[in-house]
Design a protein. Sequence first.
Length: 278
Amino acid sequence: MLTKKTIGFLGAGNLAEALIKGLISSRSVAPGHIVASDRMSERLIHMAEVHEVKVFNRNFEAVRNSDIIFLTVKPQDALGVLADIAPEIVQGQLLISVAAGITTASIMDALKNAGLKHFIPIVRAMPNTPATVREAATAICAGPGAGTGHLELAAALFSTVGAVTVIEEESLMDAVTGLSGSGPAYVFLFMEALVEAGVKLGLAPETAKALAMQTVLGAAKYAMESRKDLGELRRMVTSPGGTTMAGLKKLDEGGFCEIIGKAVEAATKRAKELSEGK
């Protein structure tokens, strides 16, 4: 058992559910030590029936019953939720935020402005949607008052749904959001393009999809288990004058790497805008 402390989720959406599933299935936390709140009653009914966790329709009730508080609402709802829970926070609690673009300084300011009576350490995290299948890439960083122990606890919790990386400077979390936070969508689009190309060339849709998905999965696993860097792995399957070289040449002519770079930059910029309330 990872912890006997009660963990509360403010927001019971897909990410919160993925984390709850990971915590329970890994036997890190018992269902009886997990609570969740949400404004949608159907989500609360689902969480209670499927995962057997305690649910509340008011965020402050979840906070009253939690030692570790996960802020898992949409970024645009985060500051409002913080204002609602500030008076209920007590000494000894830990707040972990997964709200994209919301800085820990903004979180602390919102809490103080809403009547925070007791200081609370904050850890900021950015997981991604593969948390649903316990293959997330999660980055965490320490905010106000968070020490090594808080980071280690957060890392242990997020490790139940994938790999965890500690980021030393919070200013880099926007880049994390642009890369790994939004990254699954880029990969899905790439797979869609592979499938579409295969179908255009005569493959059955289900065949093209199966080949595309296994290719991406296999390439990622190969890269993770290999000691070679990505460039060397690419060169290993690129024979001079061969089929792969012909395909890569077209990608290069289309500015593939440049386009990916621009996509990450755009997502990073949007994360920064969110942190500025835009």
